[in-house]
Design a protein around this ligand. Structure first.
Ligand SMILES: Nc1nc2c(c(=O)[nH]1)N(C=O)[C@@H](CNc1ccc(C(=O)N[C@@H](CCC(=O)O)C(=O)O)cc1)CN2
Ligand SMILES: Nc1nc2c(ncn2[C@@H]2O[C@H](COP(=O)(O)OP(=O)(O)OP(=O)(O)O)[C@@H](O)[C@H]2O)c(=O)[nH]1
Ligand SMILES: [K+]
Ligand SMILES: [Mg+2]
Length: 465
């Protein structure tokens, strides 16, 4: 049920700026504003003003002028939320902002929850759920690629793609129904070639969307890079060197890093999300063991794995470490063997790593993390692990983990349809999986879904948005 109360919040960033904006939205927005607003020149109340107009005036509380302000007036349904909206631009003092907020609440408004303005825009049909989610991404966008993807989604790019998919699925249902109509005349499997072709198209589209998440996530949150290896090989030293900051504790004590340390940095316009992990070794220490389990789980989630090895160790030892990690690398991951401490390393070990046979998704690079030697080459390899140009070419890239999870389900459903076609399953059974698929797409746009999902999405927004 739609909450009818009038909500208010400070929509500019918390703290002091020259000007701050306070928003009021709801059917009483104009009435409540009029209770605290005075126009020194015209004396006109806001209720008598036209939509989309600006008004100079003052905010008063018991005859005291709190501030001189500019007010913007929007009338339903032509506003961001689809409701009446009053925006008060006041001076940026935190004290003034709080006073105005208080006086609005005293006069009948209620403080907005995080994301509540955008949630109302969604509930009032101003945008679908994927667009509302993109509003938060637009606010958070910190680089050109992330900004472009978020803007496209906010303006309905993804919704359009989902709409096209839905049309195809509905076309499928229509074809199956046609088949069912003809079944008595024994032409049941007559047009299965066309049905199969359509299903393959849908499958490909869903697969592309689903697979684009790796790239989308990398653009939005940074390419996930796990730094793994034995204790004392220089993982934390490498993290600090890449971040250009003393982020992690470095020492010559084995097992210094106990838990995952995470940080994002922009290198040459690409965001990387680094995970420094606990060194892998046999240990009796229970806490260290838990840390090592986390190292392995970060390894699994990473797009790039930096396996740091110490070239001071004899080659056979290094080789067995590499082998151990290799077994855990999936085909979509890039493994970079980072041969560290070349300033003091064994010549033989370095040479043997140099001639090691590497697969397509493997690289080796020779560095001295402590001296920051040869980091450029490493950064170069990391950058190439993801094809950013792909972002320019592909129309739609999924950046949202919720959408990704739903697309995985939808893709599985469509694979069942393909399988069903192979097994010559009857049309009504095929249609069941198609309906499931349609249901998933509706979850993305928010046409179906629970309050719980909405609550979860909007609670991560900032207040005032
Ligand atoms: N002052 C202010 N700046 C802002 C916002 C805002 O709410 N207030 N925005 C908040 O996100 C963004 C702009 N987005 C907006 C989206 C729709 C409407 C709006 O009034 N839409 C009406 C009228 C459209 C029209 O006249 O063409 C509508 O959709 O009916 C306003 C802002 C960024 N800047
Ligand atoms: N000579 C030399 N020493 C290095 C280099 N990189 C790191 N070290 C030293 O190696 C030791 C271990 O470094 P750390 O960065 O703590 O190693 P780590 O892999 O994070 O160790 P754990 O957290 O215990 O797993 C420190 O004394 C570093 O100064 C290097 O390139 N050359
Ligand atoms: K250490
Ligand atoms: Mg460490």
């Amino acid at each position: 049920m739609l909450d009818q109360s009038t909500i208010c919040a400070i929509s500019t960033s918390p703290g002091v700026g020259a000007i701050a904006v306070i928003r009021l939205s709801g059917s009483d927005a104009i009435t409540i504003a009029d209770r605290v607003y005075e126009s020194p020149k015209t004396g006109k109340s806001l209720a008598d003003q036209a939509a989309n107009t600006l008004h100079f005036g003052k905010i008063v509380s018991a005859d005291e002028t709190i501030d001189e302000v500019v007010i913007a007036l929007f009338r339903a349904p032509h506003s961001f939320t689809g409701e009446d909206i009053i925006e008060i631009s006041c001076h940026g003092s935190v004290y003034i902002q709080q006073r105005i907020l208080n006086v609005l609440v005293e006069n009948g408004a209620r403080l907005a929850l995080p994301g509540e303005f955008t949630q109302r825009a969604f509930l009032n049909g101003k945008m679908d759920l994927s667009q509302a989610e993109a509003v938060a991404d637009v606010i958070a966008s910190a680089n050109a690629a992330a900004h472009k993807l978020a803007m496209n989604q906010m303006r309905g790019g993804f919704s359009k793609e989902i709409g096209a998919l839905r049309d195809q699925l509905l076309h499928f249902t229509a074809m199956v129904e046609l088949e069912l109509d003809f079944s008595e005349e024994d032409v049941e499997f007559a047009d299965r070639t066309a049905l199969r072709k359509l299903t393959e198209q849908i499958e490909e589209l869903l697969r592309k969307l689903k697979d684009s998440f790796q790239l989308g996530n990398a653009i939005k949150n940074g390419i996930p890079v796990a730094i793994v290896g034995e204790t004392n090989v220089g993982k934390s030293t490498l993290l600090n060197a890449l971040l250009n900051e003393d982020r992690a504790i470095v020492s010559d004590i084995h097992g210094t890093t106990r838990d995952v340390i995470e940080d994002v940095v922009n290198i040459h316009g690409t965001a990387f999300r680094f995970f420094d992990t606990a060194g892998i070794r046999e240990t009796e220490d229970q806490i260290e063991t838990l840390g090592i389990e986390r190292s392995y789980s970060k390894l699994e989630q990473a797009t790039v794995v930096l396996l740091v090895v110490d070239t001071n160790n004899p080659y056979p030892l290094v080789e067995s470490r590499i082998q151990n990690i290799r077994e855990r690398i999936a085909p979509h991951q890039t493994l970079i063997i980072v041969a560290n401490k070349i300033d003091s390393g064994l010549r033989d070990t370095i040479q043997q790593i140099e001639v090691m046979e590497l697969t397509d998704n493997e690289k080796a690079v020779f560095i001295a993390a402590k001296q920051k030697e040869n980091l450029e080459e490493l950064i170069d390899y990391m950058s190439h692990s993801i094809n950013m140009e792909e972002a320019e070419q592909q129309d739609i890239i999924v950046t949202n983990a919720r959408h990704y999870e739903i697309l995985k389900n939808a893709h599985e459903a469509i694979l069942r349809v393909l399988n069903g076609l192979d097994m010559q399953i009857t049309g009504d059974f095929l249609a069941q999986d198609i309906r499931e698929c349609l249901h998933y797409l509706a979850e993305i746009t928010g046409e179906v879904g629970t309050e719980e999902v909405l609550g979860h999405i909007f609670k991560n927004f900032c207040i005032g948005k």
